[in-house]
Design a protein around this ligand. Structure first.
Ligand code: HEC
Length: 111
């Protein structure tokens, strides 16, 4: 009994449950984790892998994918995310991701 509890705890830790660098679960995390960019301009399509690689470190990429923000709000969130310790996102990548999210919000019909 005690032993199996230990195994469960170890498994939970291995999955990152207690990792302070991970964001707490959010309902958006269980939504779709892909954006269909096949009809987007090539310059925007090129930014998609940067977004999905960089914005999936601390929470699933589904979190931003299922968020509905306008360009101003995205700018604010981008600043908040890249300021976090070990975000691993540099200025240039942040600028690319911001352009991507701005286009995404326009596609969703935001201001
Ligand atoms: C270093 C860790 C880290 C990285 C990298 C990161 N995030 Fe986050 N993110 C968090 C944490 C922690 C939260 C939950 C707390 C909060 O909302 O600030 C969060 C929450 C969010 C939310 C929900 C905000 C809300 O209040 O509704 C969005 C949207 C988001 N992140 C988008 C992004 C995008 C876009 C990127 C890539 C540019 C990104 N995140 C990269 C840690 C990170």
């Amino acid at each position: 009994m005690i032993r199996s509890l230990g195994v469960v705890l170890a498994a939970a830790l291995a999955m990152g449950a207690k990792d302070p660098s991970k964001a707490e679960w959010d309902p958006r995390d269980d939504g779709p984790d892909k954006i269909d960019v096949s009809s987007w301009p090539p310059a925007m399509q090129k930014r998609y892998p940067i977004f999905s690689a960089k914005c999936s470190k601390c929470h699933p990429v589904a979190r931003p994918v299922n968020s509905r923000f306008d360009a101003t709000e995205w700018k604010r969130y981008m600043k908040k995310m890249i300021r976090r310790p070990n975000s691993g996102i540099n200025e240039e990548q942040a600028a690319d991701i911001y352009e991507f999210l701005k286009y995404f919000s326009a596609k969703q019909g935001a201001k």
